[in-house]
Design a protein around this ligand. Structure first.
Ligand SMILES: *[C@@H]1O[C@H](CO)[C@@H](O)[C@H](O)[C@H]1NC(C)=O
Ligand SMILES: *[C@@H]1O[C@H](CO)[C@@H](O)[C@H](O)[C@H]1NC(C)=O
Ligand SMILES: *[C@@H]1O[C@H](CO)[C@@H](O)[C@H](O)[C@H]1NC(C)=O
Length: 417
């Protein structure tokens, strides 16, 4: 490697004199394509990050301010600029999309000076402290993605000024307080992802967000009933909160592909509408207080439902026969409910040719095992233990003990009363 020769101090002086001369004669845009205050903002962003957390292979290690941020080749990775040679010779920073290097620090207030910014994405680093209020001046932002950091504080109501936002992802931080009710004014939103924070309060009405496709609010401290939600939703995840009441407001969400309401306090019936949404593929209603599930017959492969998880509810009555008509169903979990009666023969047939897993453990099922169960492959996962079944030990999913028969007949008696 050739060592660079150090310029002598006199030649440095000469150089800076020349630069001074040049910059007074030629418009500054020739020397620097990027708007001065954008460069200052970038300098301030990197200054607010602990240098020891910037590894040599990271994007930030390429931010070399002896080059122009919008011009330098191979420098300023993670920065995108706009440049319109006809209209304007000044480039503006339009995107900051950093890698996940573990950058440790605060997000500089100067970020708010990058007024042409459309994307701010800093996922999976170690940014901490509140999201600076100046970020909510960036009216051109379409994507604000700060997932997997240590941001604290509330979601500022100022966020509702950012009318161009399509994606908000603040998941996996330590953000507290309520979801600002006026967030429903952000009519362009398609993704609202706030899961794994410390949010509390009620979920505001979001039906104004008519383009919203993904709503993830899981692992917070949200309570109250389900609000109005937009029918455009394809993914809804609100698991691990303290939400209660009926889930009938979900019946309108006919475009859902994936639904997770697990680990809440929902009660009542899981309506047939939900199981028969045309696109629905995954349903997780586990660990709530539902007492019944409506499973209507479908024809052949028209249903896309693949996974049904209803573990840990109070579902009663016989196992739903019509489950066997859902031609794409693979994994079924009805563990820890209050189902009684026999296991339908058709379940055995499905295990022979299409189902991959069946968990019926810890219910009040009785009778002998349908003979098809003797023939099912060893690949099938599942469990039938802790019922009152006659379950031959040579059948793999019969592992584990059964309850005394009297416990199941008593349970059925109580149900009838
Ligand atoms: C054009 O350049 C000026 C500064 O010379 C700047 O204020 C303005 O924001 C630029 N416009 C665009 C669209 O980049
Ligand atoms: C951001 O802009 C404001 C107002 O123009 C200015 O006072 C401040 O110094 C700027 N911050 C940085 C770091 O450039
Ligand atoms: C359903 O949710 C529970 C609790 O949140 C989780 O443990 C389980 O893995 C989920 N089931 C499926 C099939 O993803």
């Amino acid at each position: 490697m050739a060592a660079k020769t150090q310029p002598s101090s006199s030649s440095l002086l000469l150089m800076s004199l020349c630069l001074l001369l040049v910059s007074t004669i030629v418009p500054s845009s020739v020397l620097s394509a990027t708007l001065r205050s954008d460069i200052q903002a970038l300098e301030s962003i990197i200054r607010s990050i602990d240098p020891s957390s910037i590894s040599p292979s990271s994007y930030l290690s390429t931010w070399d301010f002896s080059e122009d941020p919008c011009e330098g080749a191979g420098t300023f990775l993670g920065v995108m600029c706009s440049f319109d040679p006809l209209e304007n010779t000044t480039s503006r920073v339009t995107e900051i999309d950093l890698d996940d290097d573990g950058y440790d620090g605060f997000l500089s207030d100067a970020t708010g000076n990058l007024t042409e910014l459309t994307v701010l994405s800093l996922n999976r680093n170690r940014f901490r402290g509140p999201i600076p209020e100046t970020v909510f001046q960036l009216r051109k932002l379409t994507k604000l993605s700060l997932s997997g950091n240590f941001f604290t504080g509330d979601i500022s109501p100022g966020i509702t000024r950012l009318k161009q936002l399509k994606t908000i992802d603040l998941s996996r931080n330590s953000i507290a307080g309520e979801i600002p009710p006026r967030i429903s004014a952000l009519r362009s939103l398609t993704h609202l992802i706030l899961s794994n924070n410390h949010l509390d309060g009620r979920i505001p009405a979001l039906n104004g967000l008519w383009k919203l496709q993904v709503l993830e609010l899981g692992n917070n401290h949200l309570f109250g009933m389900l609000p109005k939600l937009p029918p455009s939703l394809r993914t809804l995840s609100i698991c691990f909160n303290s939400l209660a009441g009926r889930i009938s407001p979900l019946h309108r969400l006919k475009q859902l592909v994936s639904l997770d309401v697990s680990q809440n306090r929902f009660s009542g019936t899981i309506g047939h509408e939900i199981l028969t949404f045309p696109e629905i593929s995954r349903i997780n209603v586990s660990f709530n207080q539902f007492i019944s599930i409506e499973v209507i017959k479908v024809t052949g492969m028209e249903s896309r439902l693949r996974i049904l998880d209803a573990e840990g509810n109070h579902l009663q009555g016989h196992l739903p026969l019509n489950l066997a008509t859902y031609g794409n169903l693979k994994d079924i979990n009805l563990r820890s409910n209050m189902f009684s009666g026999d296991i339908p023969r058709i379940y055995g047939k499905r295990l022979e040719n299409s189902w991959r897993s069946l968990y019926l453990e810890n219910n009040y099922l009785t009778g002998s095992l349908p003979e098809e169960f003797q023939r099912i492959s060893k690949q099938i996962r599942g469990s039938l233990s802790n019922n009152c079944l006659q379950c031959p030990k040579n059948v793999p999913i019969c592992q584990g003990v059964q309850k005394p028969k009297s416990q199941c007949t008593n349970a059925m008696q109580e149900e009838l009363e």
